[in-house]
Design a protein around this ligand. Structure first.
Ligand SMILES: Cc1cc2nc3c(=O)[nH]c(=O)nc-3n(C[C@H](O)[C@H](O)[C@H](O)COP(=O)(O)OP(=O)(O)OC[C@H]3O[C@@H](n4cnc5c(N)ncnc54)[C@H](O)[C@@H]3O)c2cc1C
Length: 567
């Protein structure tokens, strides 16, 4: 094996280690995609002839010479071996994983399922099992929980329904927050203590101050853990925000660091393994039923169950039920955010709260159906948002994503289609935006007039707006919208512009929990043995419920509680 986290690769591959499976494939052409590096789609077309894989091609935006090479190698190997049991290409593991994931979905469409009578090696590898704790969901919350349990000497099984770990955590584009961290100490930051962070969180509407105080110390430990285990989170901006030093998105740093730690701990990680039922005995959660991608369902019994399955942004069905106005929008989220944990918990009596509350992301670019977030640019190096007339409509740097979206919809006659305009200085500051430019999401031009015409904006309107904005940037005062920071001054050519539209960024509602991360029933009583962390919960942190520091922080709390309970 050359791929990273060989143990996981083995598990992933175990699901496909039989060429016989492909003999049952139906002839045809099958298309599927998975998020690649930076979240842009890797789309595969698999052609099946006479029950065999005849051809594989990829459409993608992966880095030339690295990711693109990996896709070529994987396509050739899979066709040659008629198997997905191929190694990830060293140095391009994220692209390799995206390719294998897209291929596995395409092959399912071709009939690659247990129900077609195919002999299944997974059954042997993963039959009924038992552990001290079973963790459901391999995002930041689930990974942290599994690592902590393993470090405490517990037997843990981590289930992830997709073929890759990371969940939405991999897509984290801008920052991970915490107070009092080793990074802040190193940079001699002043107002960045644990207490200060708790106070900051409590200052937002709908935030329960007790929850804020509970989570703040954990967030420090989480960020310190990531940094001590190799993550570059060395750039501090806004109070409390940590990100890679060169302006990359933090998501891959976070996922890579957690996966390495899981590997080090030799945690039993099962990919393509979806939890489909919580097992209950005498009112206590005692495990889960698992339905693997390939093979028969099996049971994992345990003394406790931690649900870390994320939100439901990618479930049209649940959006229609709880937030119908958002069901028409795309989403920036991982395909795994289908609300599984919400349903599983509800089936065993858990209370779901605030299910209609969602967060929209105003600044996403629609790359063939995958919504790419430009939040990093809005928050760090500025730029302005304009409508088709070239007019601004809000403080472009506002953190109130839903408020910005509402203003955007109003300013665009209900379409929500607007533009983000910036200059070279913004691009130079952020590696993530350089990558987006390379991928062709963004147009650039030395002439503002040409850029406006190419984007479909009124050139005069845009020129007037930028002239006005420059005076605001110079005086540090925006009398129109109260903007406070002016990272982009439109003083470095070329100009850049990208079409943006709102997308579902996160769902806020979920399983009601207490400060011990215990899932509560309709009467507010903990359901024995059942814990929930991260986006599957309503953690009562208001807008901050959606943030990536929350799931691993509550994971630590849940683990502590389980250790007490199972002493
Ligand atoms: C584009 C984007 C940008 C973001 N940027 C930021 C940012 O800059 N800063 C910030 O603080 N936050 C950011 N976030 C939010 C952050 O990514 C999330 O808060 C975080 O990932 C949630 O972690 P989680 O573990 O709760 O869930 P997730 O990361 O969603 O992971 C849940 C996992 O559970 C798996 N799963 C689901 N159901 C099952 C099942 N039945 N069985 C087994 N596995 C299952 C899923 O496949 C998934 O892998 C961003 C999110 C997105 C989408």
């Amino acid at each position: 094996m050359t791929g990273y986290v060989p143990k996981f690769a083995t598990f992933a591959i175990a699901a496909f280690v039989h060429t016989a499976a492909f003999a049952a494939l139906m002839d045809g052409s099958y298309v599927a995609s998975a998020p690649g590096v930076w979240g842009s789609p890797v789309e595969t077309t698999v052609v099946v002839k006479q029950g065999k894989i005849a051809d594989i091609s990829f459409k993608h935006n992966e880095t030339e010479g690295v990711g693109s090479r990996a896709l070529d190698v994987i396509a050739r190997s899979v066709v040659k071996t008629q198997s997905l049991a191929v190694d990830a290409v060293s140095g391009a593991t994220a692209s390799s994983k995206a390719a294998l994931m897209a291929l596995s979905v395409a092959l399912q469409k071709a009939g690659y399922q247990a129900s077609n009578g195919v002999k299944n090696t997974v059954q042997t590898a993963f039959g009924d099992a038992s552990a001290d704790v079973v963790v459901v969901g391999g995002g930041p919350g689930g990974m942290m929980a599994a690592i902590e349990l393993s470090r405490a000497g517990k037997d843990v099984i981590l289930l992830e329904k997709l073929g890759v770990l990371g969940g939405n955590g991999t897509f984290t584009s801008t920052y991970i927050q915490a107070g009092g961290t080793v990074v802040q100490a190193k940079h001699k930051s002043t107002d960045t203590t644990v207490e200060g962070f708790a106070k900051y969180l409590s200052g937002y509407p709908d935030t329960d101050p007790v929850m804020a105080q509970t989570v703040a110390p954990e967030s420090k430990v989480v960020v310190d853990f990531l940094v001590e285990n190799g993550a570059d989170l060395d750039r501090i901006f806004k109070p409390f925000a940590h990100a890679p030093s060169d302006g990359r998105a933090p998501g891959l740093e976070i996922t890579k660091t957690f996966t390495k730690a899981l590997e080090k701990e030799k945690v039993d990680v099962r990919l393509n393994a979806r939890a489909t039922r919580i097992l209950m005995k005498d009112g206590r959660a005692v495990g889960v039923e698992v339905t693997p991608l390939s093979g028969k369902p099996y049971k994992v019994t345990a003394k406790a169950v931690i649900l870390a399955t994320g939100g439901f942004s990618a479930s049209k069905e649940m959006l229609k039920q709880f937030a119908p106005e958002a069901a028409v929008l795309g989403t920036t989220n991982s395909a795994g955010t289908q609300g599984d944990g919400h349903r599983l918990a509800q089936e065993v009596g858990a209370k779901l709260t605030d299910m209609g509350k969602i967060v929209l992301n105003p600044s996403t670019y629609n790359a063939n159906g995958t919504q790419i977030s430009f939040t990093a640019l809005r928050f760090t190096s500025g730029g302005i948002m304009v409508n088709q007339s070239g007019n601004r409509f809000i403080d472009d740097t506002s953190n109130d994503k839903t408020g910005v979206t509402q203003a955007m919809i109003k300013a665009t006659g209900g379409t929500g289609k607007a533009f983000l305009i910036f200059d070279q200085s913004s691009v130079s500051k952020l590696a993530i935006i350089k990558d987006y430019v390379q991928k062709g999401y963004v147009l650039h031009d030395k002439s503002l007039e040409n850029l406006a015409k190419r984007l479909g904006i009124d050139p005069k309107g845009l020129a007037n707006t930028i002239a006005k904005y420059k005076t605001y940037a110079e005086s540090g005062n925006d009398p129109e919208f109260g903007r406070k920071t002016f990272g982009c001054k439109f003083d470095t050519l070329p100009y850049y512009g990208v079409k943006i539209e709102p997308a579902v960024h996160a769902t806020l509602g979920g399983i009601a929990i207490n400060t011990k991360a215990q899932a509560l029933d309709k009467n507010g009583v903990p359901i024995k043995g059942l814990y929930a962390v991260g986006q599957v919960t309503d953690s009562n942190l208001g807008r901050h419920n959606v943030n990536v520091f929350v799931p691993p922080s509550f994971a630590r709390i849940a683990v502590r509680e389980i250790l007490k309970e199972t002493k």
